[in-house]
Design a protein. Structure first.
Length: 155
């Protein structure tokens, strides 16, 4: 937290001047430390673009794995019934995500120590939601004709 120096002003003889002075002091913004510290490790423009390309590749790899794994989960866990199917699919999703972490580590990305967690966090939200969306969508499409909705079609 930044420490502010308390400004000392000369005493004002008139009470009306005192109010103006206090309003003036409240509106002044004290100088603080910069919120954007200088990077400790200089990265060349070429190295930065290579890092960004690899992070983009990792993102799209996770998107592709989410779509493929979500589709596979519909067919792999067909024989499992009830709550076990749901948990098996979630465990399968986590295993595939861990596989993408190992793939990312094999890409040998040159990341600064402050960005090491990007290997795990890059595209995690997209991965989870796409996996679940594709899994539910393919399951619904595959089982659409087998479920009785109770709606009688008009002939």
């Amino acid at each position: 937290m930044a420490k502010f120096k308390k400004k000392k002003s000369e005493p004002t003889p008139d009470p009306k001047d005192s109010k103006k002075e206090s309003i003036k002091e409240e509106n002044e913004i004290p100088d603080t430390e910069s919120n954007n510290p200088e990077p400790t490790e200089p990265i060349s423009q070429e190295g930065k673009s290579e890092k960004d390309k690899k992070l983009d590749r990792l993102f799209w790899l996770r998107v592709a794995f989410a779509v493929i794994a979500g589709t596979l989960a519909t067919f792999i866990f067909e024989d499992i019934q009830g709550e076990e199917r749901r948990w098996a699919s979630i465990v399968f999703m986590i295993i595939i995500f861990i596989v993408t972490i190992f793939i990312a580590k094999s890409m040998k990305m040159q990341l600064p120590s402050s960005d090491r967690k990007k290997i795990v966090t890059q595209g995690i939200g997209s991965y989870i939601f796409l996996y679940l969306f594709v899994w539910i969508l393919t399951y619904t499409i595959v089982h659409a004709g087998t479920v009785s909705t109770g709606i009688i079609p008009i002939s």
